[in-house]
Write a protein that binds this ligand. Structure first.
Ligand code: MN
Length: 253
């Protein structure tokens, strides 16, 4: 089984090493190709307006001066000897829960795999509070990732689907188990915006992620993680709202 490991936190991120270790527990044929710099919040963006460089660190470790989507594309087209059988994206430093999946470079790297017809899994470690920087503990991910991934190895991923996994901010032995749940939604009160003045006297705004309140819907990823479980959520790239098709067609008739 050939596995591609990528992320959106960059080639030097600690979570990438956690994902690589899990991949190595599953296979000897592991390739790492990740953005050179952090790309959190990059979503599914593809770099079109400037060239992208591919850097070889060793035979199996590569970085790309672009987005997670760029990294997955170049891994498949330029780096690997053939297409991967599985893509692991993460382990992200921070949650990718609810509607945040559309901002997420971590989830989007898995989406790119799903578009290519490759089973793809996004992995994210939720952390307890803002401002933890590189001290975010990956204990729950280290302890639970293999157990969360193994049942998916022979699962027939439907076309254009992926699986999003979030680990709760707990020590490994404090995690209660694994729940398969639907995607939830945050209340729409987007996180913090810090306002300041740069060294040249110009005003800037800087988005933060925390301070987003939510009342998690029942059986959602948000609720599962809040209850201390690993959340496993199947996602699909077809965003069509089937229930609205007939009604909208009638309006244009
Ligand atoms: Mn990230």
């Amino acid at each position: 089984m050939r596995i591609l490991v990528t992320n959106d936190d960059g080639i030097n991120a600690p979570g990438l090493k956690v994902a690589e270790a899990v991949a190595r527990a599953l296979s000897d044929d592991v390739w790492v190709c990740a953005p050179a710099e952090e790309q959190s919040g990059a979503g599914h963006s593809l770099t079109l307006t400037r060239p992208v460089r591919l850097r070889r660190h060793d035979e199996r470790h590569w970085s790309v001066t672009g987005t997670p989507t760029d990294a997955v594309m170049l891994a498949m087209k330029q780096v690997m000897p053939g297409l991967p059988d599985l893509i692991l994206s993460g382990v992200n430093r921070g949650a990718n829960l609810g509607d945040d999946v559309t901002y997420s470079g971590t989830v989007s790297a898995a989406m790119e795999g799903a578009l290519a017809g490759i089973p793809a899994i996004a992995l994210s470690q939720v952390y307890a509070r803002e401002g933890m920087g590189d001290t975010v503990p990956f204990e729950a991910a280290e302890h639970w990732a293999e157990a969360a991934i193994r049942p998916l190895l022979d699962w027939p991923f439907p076309p254009r689907s992926l699986v999003n996994i979030n680990f709760p901010p707990l020590k490994g032995d404090a995690v209660k188990g694994i729940r398969v749940v639907r995607q939830g939604f945050h209340d729409y009160a987007r996180g913090s915006v810090v306002e300041g003045t740069d060294p040249r006297g110009y005003r800037y705004y800087w988005f933060g992620l925390y301070g987003i309140e939510h009342t998690p819907g029942h059986d959602t990823d948000l609720e599962a993680v809040a209850d201390g479980y690993v959340a496993v959520t199947p996602l699909q790239l077809d965003l069509t709202m089937d229930a609205a098709l007939a009604g909208l067609k009638a309006r244009y008739a």
